[in-house]
Design a protein around this ligand. Sequence first.
Ligand code: TMP
Length: 210
Amino acid sequence: MNQLITFEGADGCGKSTQLQLTTAWLRHQGKQVLQTKQPGGTPLGVEIRRLLLSGEFTPIPECELLMFLADRAQHVKEVIQPALQAGVWVLCDRYSDSTLAYQLAARGLDEKLDLTAMLAFAEAGCVPHQTFWFDVSIETAMLRLEKRQQSGEPSNRLDDEAMAFHQRVHQAFGYIYQANQERMIRLDASASIETIQQQIQQIIQKKIRC
Ligand code: TMP
């Protein structure tokens, strides 16, 4: 059975590389795969992503949260739900766990709000079957972000947040993992690209056999 699999982790954790490798491998296995991302998985989402991350605007935390949810709601209904209904495997770079880590925990909205109902509203029933969490130390993540910037890749507004923000994101992913171990698999993101990819393939292979 096809599945919705999400790839999560702090900035610089290496999830996007693994997502691309996994897509290529699954296609090689003869599966139909949609590789997509949040924010920015629809034409409207591309605009929301630009507004959120270019640095041109600094939304207040409440606005930032609602914009990520708006992107997700559009993406689920326009892209993810139809793909799942058509039997396509959907691999998504970030999903609701990122909202929990970045907006609820790191922005401190958890003191103001219970997000459960809002997350479910945006997901519209498309709950990930499996989530890979790429657990990376803050130091490694920061080094990778620095290297990316040196190689000319521009940073986004959230990459440029203070160290304390990234630490809160990192810690939050740990808590989210503890609370969702039946869905989430922790991968040591300091391992080599090949090792991590092998682990992912083994886990998905088991699902394909089921
Ligand atoms: P990325 O596509 O390079 O991972 O960048 C997306 C950025 O948006 C990243 O810093 C994480 C952030 N983000 C949130 O803050 N909340 C969310 O719900 C999502 C999906 C992403």
